[in-house]
Structure formats: structure tokens, C-alpha cells
Design a protein around this ligand. Structure first.
Ligand code: ZN
Length: 188
């Protein structure tokens, strides 16, 4: 497997609406494997094909692990999804604010409002239909990745233009605060 280069917003591929995947041949399987490898190497929880300069409606998502009472990562508690030609078929009315980052915008985080829960219809890597019900952080990651397939970045959806920070400034701001530090999600 090969690690792929992750592009940044100066590359127009990131701003294009991606094309549906119509074939599930070896080249698509290889792309999927390389995207999983690239996501893991970058410690991301999601990666969309446009981020590796492939304008295809395809994303890989791996949920963060669960931890036991001693704070140890529970083995096999991460869940890996490969979603192809995904559509959001239902969205909760309830919205939640959260902090997101993006591997295509390294070093920054911002606050984004997302639907608390969504249902997604997609195909898996073999072309089999998936119907997924997602909530909380997993629902957030899916919304972030599906946005990538439409050329949308989280910086387009900030709760306020001021709610965008360097990772360093964000950590400092919340370290000085008595408030509990929100979880930063390295969305992808
Ligand atoms: Zn992203």
C-alpha cells in the first residue's frame, strides 16, 4: 500500500463536486486501500477522495477508539467505513456545535454546527447497499466527509468567522479557561 499526498485548498479539486463511482474494479480497490493507509498514517478519522486529488464520491471513515476504565484503548473498538456515492437521507432537526479540524487545512481548528444525527445511504467497496444510522461524533465525521464530495470545507460552515483558530491558539485559550476543554476532532 502507498501513502497518498493530501492536497490543500489551493488545489481546485478540493472545491469541485466529485463524480459518482461507477466501477468497483482493482484501481478503485487500490485507491480505497491507499486512502485507509493515508488516513491512519495521518491519525485522521476520515479522508475523502478529493483530498487525495481524486474527484470521486468516495470516503473512508474510522471512528475514534473507546477506552476502558484505566484509559487503555479497547482493541477493535474502532469502526471502519468505506462509503461510495453516499446520500444523506434524513437529518435530525437538532444541531450541535463542535470543534473540527481537517487534514487539508493542517494546523487549524474551527467550530461547526452539525446535525446531531443523520441517516446515510451509500455503497460499500463491493457495491453493496448500506443504510447507516449515525449520531454524535460519527454523524459529524460523515457530514464533514460528504461535504468534501460537494467541494465544501468546514471553514465554509463556521458558527462565526471568529471561531477559527490555530491549533496552538485554541489549546492555549482553553487551557487558560476554567471550562472543560472541548474534544478536538481531527475530522480528516
Ligand atoms: Zn476534511
Amino acid at each position: 500500500m502507498t501513502q497518498l499526498d493530501i492536497i490543500q485548498p489551493n488545489n481546485p479539486t478540493l472545491r469541485k463536486r466529485a463524480r459518482p463511482v461507477t466501477r468497483f474494479d482493482d484501481s478503485v480497490q487500490e485507491l480505497i486501500d491507499n486512502m485507509i493507509e493515508t488516513m491512519r498514517a495521518a491519525s485522521g478519522v476520515g479522508l475523502a477522495a478529493p483530498q487525495v486529488n481524486q474527484s470521486l464520491r468516495l470516503a473512508v471513515i474510522e471512528t475514534p477508539p473507546d477506552f476502558d476504565q484505566e484509559g487503555q484503548e479497547i482493541e477493535d473498538s474502532r469502526e471502519l467505513f468505506v462509503i461510495i456515492n453516499p446520500e444523506i437521507t434524513w437529518k435530525s432537526r437538532k444541531m450541535v456545535d463542535g470543534i473540527e479540524g481537517c487534514l487539508s487545512i493542517p494546523g487549524y481548528v474551527g467550530e461547526v454546527s452539525r446535525h446531531e444525527a443523520v441517516r446515510v445511504q451509500a455503497l460499500d467497496r463491493r457495491g453493496k447497499k448500506l443504510n447507516l444510522r449515525l449520531k454524535d461524533w460519527t454523524a459529524r465525521i460523515f457530514q464533514h466527509e460528504i461535504d468534501h464530495l460537494n467541494g465544501v470545507l468546514y471553514i465554509d460552515r463556521l458558527t462565526d468567522p471568529e471561531n477559527f483558530w490555530t491549533e496552538e491558539a485554541f489549546q492555549k485559550q482553553f487551557a487558560d479557561d476554567d471550562e472543560e476543554q472541548p474534544i478536538v476532532i481531527e475530522a480528516d
